[in-house]
Write a protein that binds this ligand. Structure first.
Ligand code: PBG
Length: 328
């Protein structure tokens, strides 16, 4: 048989494969999420996310320093407050767990980029991402504009504490513009915004809600997070956030939404992040623990697929493992 075209020629050995490889995961692409409690010390394992912890303030600074030593450029902080109420008032206190963690990390590891999650779900006693009101149907729902005001206060507290990037994950309309305004009018023109722009109402956040102690106490998040069925709407959400001043836009979760990443990468010229979420982590961890999947190869393949789809920033609980694996 005569074949002039043989794609296998370039797959014969690792040298040829290395030469023709199109996508490479690097530690430079990674962001490590960290959960911080208000306690000064301690470390509490998160059962649904093996290998992940809720850290005390001293330990979170250690964990961040280890990330920087491993070459990871950024961490993303989530706060777990001691006190929750209907307004989520712990979220915007200047001495919140997140603000104190930002200070501790910046003092210890000034070169590390510190990103903070801006949302109310960890801080409200009802577990929703904003303030409640009664909507036109008479049902309890999240009040968009009142929530945006509170989120702006929270973002300002984080910026005052020294955050480099604030990352609103609430999905309220208009919050990027409002946060940009508040930052700029308070001397934080250099603080960037990473917008959770296309955040879908996903079952894959389940383990995170245990980690952050933030499950909604009634209903669900479908009146503010996006319908997983909608791709065009995701692009519209991203376009709105860019118009309002977002510096980085995000698609979340990552793996079921690679098509959205590809469309966003083709359509917009802005750094694109993907959040490899808790459920994606837990699934692989569970299969690996059973011996059904090789964790390292699985994670390398799935992070490669996220980059290939068009993201350049991957937020992943495997960041520390990946840093080690990529060094070998
Ligand atoms: C909300 C927030 C969530 C996640 C990040 N920010 C949870 C939610 O919307 O319910 C999920 C992250 C993950 O699952 O890893 N503050």
């Amino acid at each position: 048989m005569y074949l002039s075209v043989r794609p296998r020629r370039l797959r014969r050995n690792e040298t040829l494969r290395r030469l023709t490889r199109e996508t490479r995961v690097s530690v430079d692409n990674l962001v490590l999420p960290l959960f911080v409690r208000e306690e000064a010390h301690g470390r509490k394992a998160i059962t649904s996310m093996p290998g992940q912890y809720q850290w005390g303030l001293a330990e979170v600074a250690d964990a961040a320093a280890r990330a920087a030593d491993a070459g990871i450029p950024a961490v993303l902080l989530f706060g777990i407050p001691a006190h929750k109420d209907a307004e989520g008032s712990s979220a915007w206190q200047r001495d919140s767990a997140v603000c104190r963690a930002v200070e501790a990390i910046k003092q210890r590891t000034p070169g590390l980029c510190v990103i903070t999650d801006v949302c109310l779900c960890e801080y409200t006693d009802h577990g929703h991402c904003g303030l409640l009101y009664q909507n036109r149907d008479g049902a309890p729902d999240v009040d968009n504009d009142a929530t945006v005001e509170v989120l702006a206060k929270e973002a300002l507290a984080h910026a005052d504490a020294g955050a480099d990037i604030v990352a609103p994950s609430d999905m309220m309309d208009g919050r990027i513009g409002a946060i940009r305004d508040v930052l700029d009018t308070n001397g934080h023109g250099e603080v960037a915004i990473m917008a959770y722009s296309a955040k879908f109402a996903s079952v894959f956040y389940g383990p995170f809600r245990e980690a952050a102690e933030s499950p909604p106490q009634f209903g669900d998040r479908r009146s503010y997070q996006m319908d997983p069925a909608n791709g065009n709407e995701a692009l519209r959400e991203i376009a709105l956030d860019i118009d309002e001043g977002a510096d980085i836009v995000m698609v979340k979760p990552a793996l079921c939404y690679l098509d959205i990443l590809r469309r966003a990468a083709d359509e917009f010229n802005i750094p694109l992040a993907a959040y490899n979420v808790s459920g994606e982590y837990a699934m692989v961890k569970a299969a690996a623990a059973q011996g059904w999947l090789d964790e390292r190869r699985t994670v390398l393949e799935l992070t490669t697929s996220i980059l290939r789809a068009g993201a350049s920033i991957i937020i992943t609980y495997w960041a520390m493992d990946l840093a080690g694996w990529l060094r070998e």
